[in-house]
Design a protein around this ligand. Structure first.
Ligand SMILES: [Zn+2]
Length: 491
């Protein structure tokens, strides 16, 4: 980084756990329903209503922790975090404080800086400390738009109040915006992979905050940090951090104070702006939640959750590289999404041609899916059908360009590869009798070239191949043509 400065970044991620019901009551955890439709005395915070912990939250919390290589503490304690805000009906949030669900872990991710075009410049492992992951309930939402007379009134929607969250807090171990970017993507992918969270930032079920400060390399103390909030895409988050690093370095170099404050990303103007200046550190007056027992998680429970976990993406990537001889980049792209990885593996196995399968899945198929805006789980070409095409290609019955054209047509019409090949008349002539006839004719009609070839001008071989292919209108199997020509010309 410029002039001997380094960035110090810590991340906080709130992931909504993918339960059907809320954390302490039986209300649906759906978001986007009619406002306040999913509420009851517990999540409305009515006096006398008692919370009951949803066991599914513990299971998904454990899945989240284990998938990130974190421990699950045998005992964790729910605590009240007291503050006042209109979207928090009880006047406190049930969270965890000094005894969280998981603590003192580490996580290794793959990360890379990017060049001007946004291309990865070399992937490296980076191990960061995860201070804690705790379970808590979400607050409701104040609504300031889309309702009558919003200039006069604020509205509160409590459908979200009481939906379960896992909050993951790292130590300030990131040194660049791209490291933070790769970290959030790692978390998103792993949590959705194991089904712990939908982890969709656009839908708000994964939210992240970044704490950013800078210091001179060699300094031990931290300078004032800025908290970046409302980062609703991972790309905006990266831009916000990058902007903030530059802004703070510039301020320090001019001997200006960098205020300890919360800032938002303003995407229209490509800059961060102040949301609120940090009052004195909040005093949340945490104390143990008297209405809930300490949460104990048995070793058997953890074993059971472990046994139900799928193979994790990084392990799958390494296996693809090892078993299928794929490049790191191809294997990484294939495991970017669980459905894609499974689709690929089914194709590779059924076609017995893992590398060609990878090319087609990452190339033509992905392009067709993107163009038609379909997820791979909804692909009109099944893995078996793609595998059939790959097999036909591998057998030399059609060439690569024809295979691409066939795949496009399969995608549009949902027909099988043999059906499309037949319709398009791509079936190559593999019958060596028919090809032999053409080869004989070509040799007969080009005696000068035959003599030159036999006299040592081996470059002419390509000429003969070209003639035979032309005579067969491109439909002769090139492998058979080559074999026959070699045989006949050497006589
Ligand atoms: Zn409720």
């Amino acid at each position: 980084m410029k002039n001997g400065w380094e960035a110090i970044i810590g991340m906080e991620i709130h992931a909504q756990l993918a339960t059907e019901t809320k954390i302490f009551c039986a209300c649906a955890a759906n978001f986007g329903d009619e406002p306040n439709a999913n509420t009851c005395p517990v999540c409305l915070g009515l006096p006398g209503a008692l919370p009951v912990l949803n066991e599914k939250v513990v299971e998904l919390g454990a899945k989240a922790a284990l998938s990130l290589g974190l421990n699950v503490n045998e005992t964790s304690i729910f605590a009240r975090k007291n503050y006042f805000y209109p979207d928090l009906p009880k006047g406190y949030q049930i969270s965890q404080y000094d005894k969280p669900f998981s603590s003192n872990g580490t996580l290794t991710i793959m990360t890379s800086e990017r060049d001007e075009q946004g291309r990865a410049a070399g992937w490296q492992p980076l191990t960061i400390r995860i201070e804690r992951m705790h379970l808590e309930e979400d607050a409701g939402k104040n609504v300031h738009e889309g309702l009558p007379e919003v200039d006069k009134y604020s509205y509160v929607d409590l459908n979200r109040a009481g939906t379960p969250l896992g909050e993951i807090v790292t130590a300030p171990d990131f040194r660049s915006s791209w490291q933070a970017y790769d970290y959030v993507n790692h978390i998103r992918r792993v949590l959705s992979w194991v089904g712990a969270s939908d982890a969709d930032m656009e839908k708000g079920n994964l939210r992240c905050e970044a704490n950013v400060s800078v210091r001179k390399i060699g300094e031990e103390k931290f300078r004032n940090k800025v908290e970046l909030k409302n980062l609703n895409s991972v790309r905006f988050m990266q831009k916000a951090i990058e902007y903030e690093i530059e802004r703070q370095i510039e301020a320090h170099e001019k001997d200006e104070t960098v205020a300890q404050e919360t800032r938002l990303w303003d995407d229209k103007n490509n800059r961060t702006r102040v949301m609120r200046s940090k009052e004195d550190a909040h005093d949340y007056r945490y104390f143990p939640e008297p209405d809930l027992q300490p949460l104990t998680v048995s070793a058997e429970f953890i074993e059971k959750v472990k046994s139900e976990m799928p193979e994790l993406p990084d392990a799958m990537r390494d296996r693809f590289i090892r078993e299928y001889e794929l490049s790191y980049n191809d294997a990484s792209q294939l495991v970017s999404e669980k459905d894609l990885a499974e689709y690929y593996e089914a194709t590779a196995k059924a076609s017995n041609s893992p590398r060609v399968s990878a090319n087609y899945v990452l190339g033509e198929l992905t392009r067709e899916l993107n163009n038609s805006n379909k997820p791979v789980s909804n692909s009109p070409v099944s893995a078996d059908n793609l595998a059939e095409l790959v097999k036909i290609l591998d057998a030399g019955k059609i060439n690569n360009n024809q295979a691409k054209e066939v795949l496009t047509e399969m995608f549009q019409s949902e027909k099988t590869a043999p059906e499309v090949i037949k319709e398009k008349g791509f079936e190559q002539i593999s019958d060596s009798g028919a090809i032999e006839k053409i080869v004989d004719e070509i040799i007969e009609n080009n005696q000068n070239q035959v003599n030159a070839y036999r006299g040592g001008n081996e470059k002419l071989f390509g000429f003969f191949v070209g003639q035979v292919m032309r005579a067969s209108q491109g439909q002769a199997n090139p492998k058979v043509v080559n074999e026959l020509l070699k045989e006949k010309l050497s006589q």
